[in-house]
Design a protein around this ligand. Structure first.
Ligand code: MOS
Length: 746
């Protein structure tokens, strides 16, 4: 292994796949073309609740170039799927497409047109006539929890609605000298990755291959195998490049079995790319949440009680759990606590994980409540948090593997200039603008999924590292290359990375900010096995300078084989060539820690945001002008890609605080702002100056490098920091996201 000074881990490292992306060589799912390939366009329901009474496909079927109109009567057998052990068989909407005549949400697929060109398929889809018996759609945004048992089924198994409890929260709240009691609302939000969902399915006999824009090829394979009644070795999923996903591509959606069923029927490869409008229908969204937070405290600000009782929406079909209370039991010290949830069914498409699922809306609510308590008590919000810093994870009764939140607050305060804050509302000015300053803490889970990898050392001096994980734009190609380079000494430009293919060793999902942390030990173990094999080759090849040595008398350093403590190492390529071998290959495995029933530590990343807004009351213009974010996520393997991740999350946080909301039409249940013109995401013009700092405390509980994930933590807490800054500038406290200009016109 390389020495500390020359280590490729922990450095700014440009993307190894960058040149392929900017030269157009990188193949995204819809860049793969196949002879005879046909195009499919779904027909989407135009009601959100009711039944299809008649489906007229006659005109569409007769159009020249149309190969098939799939519908309930002719789609053929598609089975259901169930979850298996680990992350296998996970799916939010289990209903096989066209299973019945019931329409449960606007945009539900009711037929599929397959034709020789995309244009013909689109025209045919438009020519399909559906007649409905419609009922009133329920897309109401005020939530009351449905009557449900104390334990409910979710995507990941049964879950008690009384999620967490300690002490006597009701009594503690009743007797608390200081009380706070507010409800915070976060809206439906829709993932808007640049690349829409796309899939291309083809069959060779009984073998199904799917090119899919996926955040989890291994899981998708297990779902498809079940749905088509195949052994998994007869299903292959390929995802080479993904134009991001934000969680929408984490679990399979019904477009995949639809494309596969169409390809089965017409005997040709079938491509299905969703138009942007359909990205708002049946490929997930962040549920609407309504979170009731109550705090009891001493006049100094020590927390006595914390209630976090929340309700969120789900569809008629999914069991997604929006885990808003995930961080509540351990983020701060509080002796009396309750976290509970309820769900309210709506006529909307399946809910899903969206960047920072659960914890992002959850921390918006609890961090906002802390900021309001600080205001109520006239205590500095940083001080309030410092005062309530726990020594251990009070819900698990376990120490944290690594928690440096106080240092985050300290560094963030310093870099932002927090000591210059005048807390009086509207008191701070710069260049004729009113300034608002706010802050919040954040956290995200750290864990490993199971992972396997293969490393080859090759006779031309190159190294290949392979794992069936994905790069969703976050930098996984580069991370894998860095890890292989770190362990083998092969320079980065001589490392080839293969991922995104289920024929490779099973890698982790690109989700939960867990992929990076999961692959470290697997890649190192694979490299070590390849190096072990190389040593055996070195001591057994006729003519080798190492002939007759025992393997443990050799060492491998910087790509060379040495006799221990000796000089004159031999490059591994020479060792291989002398033996007439193309490669020394090794496999590595790393077990999951996610879901460990008996953990020894609470493993979390922490951080904080300090945000500045500018406010011009004369013209009602609000801007986020400056954000300083400090993240404690262990060792950052690639500091450049890492900062990019946090910057991107902060920009998304500006969108969460001020812009993003999916509006469902109460008349017909349609998501009406279903375009990039009408659904507002933060763009360059909305992006503030963003300063990102990482603490650097390797967390060896997670992996040998000590790296925890950073994909999601940057979005946690930022909306609470911004809304508190809005209050500081304007005096208006908005508790329903996003903050709208009309909220501020008081
Ligand atoms: Mo993320 S919501 O785990 O893709």
């Amino acid at each position: 292994m390389s020495t500390e000074q020359t280590s490729i881990v922990g450095r700014d490292t440009v993307r190894v796949d960058g040149p392929r992306k900017v030269t157009g060589v990188a193949q995204y799912t819809s860049d793969f073309h196949f002879p005879g390939m046909l195009y499919a366009v779904p027909v989407a329901a135009t009601i959100a609740n009711g039944k299809i009474t008649k489906l007229d496909t006659a005109t569409a079927e007769k159009m020249p170039g149309v190969r098939a109109i799939l519908h309930r009567g002719n789609i053929g057998k598609i089975f259901r799927s169930i979850p298996g052990p680990g992350f296998a068989g996970i799916c939010e909407e289990r209903r096989p497409p066209f299973e019945d005549d019931v329409v449960r949400y606007y945009g539900q697929y009711i037929a599929l047109a397959v034709a020789e060109t995309f244009e013909t398929a689109k025209a045919a889809a438009d020519a399909v006539r559906a007649t409905y018996a419609a009922e009133k759609a329920n897309v109401a945004s005020h939530l009351v929890a449905d009557e449900e048992p104390d334990e409910v089924m979710t995507t990941f198994g049964p879950r008690k609605r009384l999620d967490n409890q300690r002490g006597d929260p009701d009594a503690a709240f009743a007797n608390a000298p200081v009380k706070l009691d507010y409800t915070y609302v976060t809206p439906f939000e829709t993932h808007n990755p640049l690349e829409p969902h796309s899939t291309t399915a083809m069959w060779e006999g009984q073998t199904l291959t799917l090119y899919e824009s996926s955040q989890g090829v291994v899981n998708l394979r297990s779902v498809l195998a079940q749905m088509f009644g195949l052994p998994i070795e007869q299903v292959r999923v390929i995802t080479k490049f993904v134009g991001s996903g934000f969680g929408s591509k984490l679990w399979p959606w019904t477009l995949c079995p639809l494309a596969a069923a169409a390809a089965r029927q017409v005997g040709k490869p079938v491509r299905l790319v969703l138009p942007r409008k359909m990205m708002f229908h049946a490929v997930g969204h962040r549920p609407l949440t309504q979170q009731h937070v109550r705090l009891g405290a001493t006049p100094e600000g020590k927390l006595l009680s914390l209630h976090h009782d929340y309700v969120y929406t789900r569809s008629m079909l999914d069991a997604h759990h929006e885990d808003c209370g995930e961080a509540t039991p351990f983020q701060y010290s509080v002796p009396n606590l309750r976290v509970s949830f309820g769900r309210a069914k709506r006529n909307v498409g399946g809910g899903a994980d969206m960047r920072g699922p659960g914890r992002v809306p959850g921390l918006y609510a609890t961090e906002s409540a802390l900021n309001e308590l600080a205001r109520q008590l006239n205590v500095d919000p940083v001080q309030l948090r410092v005062m309530n810093e726990p020594n251990i994870d009070e819900s698990l009764g376990l120490p944290f593997s690594s928690r440096h939140l106080l240092e985050c607050f300290q560094l963030g305060s310093e870099k932002f200039g927090w000591s210059k804050r005048n807390p009086a509302v509207g008191s701070m000015k710069r260049d004729g603008l009113t300034l608002g300053w706010g802050m919040a803490g954040c956290s995200w889970i750290a864990a490993r999924f199971s992972a396997a990898a293969n490393v080859q050392l090759r006779d031309d001096g190159t190294c290949r590292v392979a794992s069936a994980t994905q790069d969703i734009g976050t930098g996984t190609y580069t991370i894998l290359a860095q890890l292989a380079s770190e362990r083998t000494g092969v320079p980065l430009d001589k490392v080839e990375v293969e991922l995104g293919d289920t024929s490779l060793p099973e890698g982790p999902l690109s989700g939960g900010s867990i992929a990076t942390g999961s692959v470290v030990n697997a890649v190192f173990a694979a490299a070590d096995e390849a190096i072990g094999s190389l040593k055996m080759i070195a001591i057994s090849t006729p003519g080798s300078p190492f002939l007759g040595h025992k393997p443990d008398e050799l060492e491998f350093k910087d790509g060379k084989v040495f006799v221990k403590n000796g000089a004159n190492g031999v490059p591994f390529s020479d060792v291989l060539r002398r033996a007439n071998l193309r490669m020394a290959s090794g496999n590595g495995q790393s077990a999951a820690t996610f879901g460990d029933p008996k953990p020894k530590f609470s493993t979390q990343s922490f951080g904080c945001h300090f945000a500045e807004v500018t406010w011009q009351p004369e013209i009602a213009r609000l801007r986020v002008s400056r954000v300083v974010t400090v993240i404690d996520a262990g060792k950052i393997i690639n500091t450049l890609a890492g900062r990019n991740q946090i910057q991107g999350a902060v920009v998304m946080g500006v969108g969460m605080a001020l812009l993003e909301r999916t509006e469902y039409d109460p008349q017909n249940g349609a998501p009406i702002n279903s375009s990039l013109a009408d659904y507002l995401v933060a763009v360059n013009a909305d992006a503030p100056s963003i300063e990102v700092h990482f603490l650097d405390y390797p967390d060896k509980e997670i992996n040998q490098v000590g790296a925890r994930g950073i994909g999601e933590i940057g979005l946690a807490g930022i909306a609470a920091a911004i809304t508190d800054a809005v209050h500081h500038a304007t005096g208006v406290r908005v508790r329903e996201l996003p903050v709208k200009i009309e909220d501020l016109l008081v």
